[in-house]
Design a protein around this ligand. Structure first.
Ligand SMILES: CC(C)(COP(=O)(O)OP(=O)(O)OC[C@H]1O[C@@H](n2cnc3c(N)ncnc32)[C@H](O)[C@@H]1OP(=O)(O)O)[C@@H](O)C(=O)NCCC(=O)NCCS
Length: 218
């Protein structure tokens, strides 16, 4: 059994606790030490999850354990990953047993594939990419580092996604497109053209609305 901490005790962090439980139910793999969070997490929610708040994120420097980052923001995951790497920590890669992962799929360190997600074939997934509940990634996609696919997001075949992109809940991207680094695709959008870097795109068809820095997503 490897020791593990989840960094981030918000909603997504608590969802990852369930992914760890599901992985352990199939094959006992991780001894969960607790969660790290710079804020004080809701004690009742943590008690209900039977997990301890160990302290702030910097404690990871002293804990000889693997980690996953349970935070939806790509930027936050990157910041924590860079610090953790400097402290000599290695991320765990988690695949929920009720996710479907096909042949010839590469998952980067720290990647998390949640329940009911599907990744088909010849897919490359970068470091600390999170594929949330019921999101799907079709054949021949390339996802950079720290990408977040929100629940129910749909990537068709042959799509290239830059580092730190977020694809919102229920959004759809048609085949063969490219989405630039740091872009945010709004919930429910349908992307039918390439998107540049660092924009927020919403609607059907999706159109860039604002630079990420000028939106609430920045
Ligand atoms: C696109 C998004 C990032 C915009 O965030 P924001 O910059 O804070 O935007 P605001 O809420 O200030 O809205 C600005 C405008 O965009 C519109 N808008 C926001 N999100 C939209 C969306 N997904 N589709 C269409 N229009 C949207 C708002 O109605 C508003 O329009 P108005 O100016 O005409 O009133 C955000 O709304 C979104 O969809 N995020 C993804 C959420 C998600 O998937 N979460 C998963 C968590 S697990």
């Amino acid at each position: 059994m490897k020791e593990l901490v989840v960094v981030g005790a918000g909603g997504h962090g608590r969802e990852l606790l369930d992914v760890v439980d599901a992985v352990n139910a199939v094959q006992p793999s991780y001894r969960l030490l607790g969660v790290l969070d710079d804020a004080m997490p809701d004690p009742d929610l943590l008690a209900a999850c039977r997990v301890r708040h160990l302290g702030p994120v910097r404690l990871l420097a002293e804990l000889d354990t693997e980690y996953v980052v349970g935070i939806g923001s790509p930027k936050a995951r990157k910041t924590i990953d860079l610090a953790a790497t400097e402290w000599g920590r290695r991320p765990a890669t988690l695949v929920h047993p009720h996710a479907v992962v096909g042949r010839n799929v590469t998952l980067g360190p720290g990647a998390v594939i949640c329940a009911l997600a599907s990744v088909t074939t010849n897919v490359r997934i970068g470091r600390h990419v999170h594929i949330n509940v019921a999101a799907t990634v079709a054949h021949d996609c390339r996802l950079g580092d720290y990408v977040t696919l929100a629940p129910g997001a749909r990537l068709s075949g042959g799509i290239t996604i830059g580092d730190q992109v977020t694809v919102g809940t229920g959004a759809v991207v048609i085949q063969g497109l490219r989405i630039g680094v740091g872009t945010v695709v709004g919930a429910g959008a349908v992307v039918v053209r390439d998107l540049p870097a660092e924009v927020v795109a919403v609607g059907v068809p999706a159109r860039p609305r604002l630079p990420v820095q000028q939106s609430g997503a920045g």
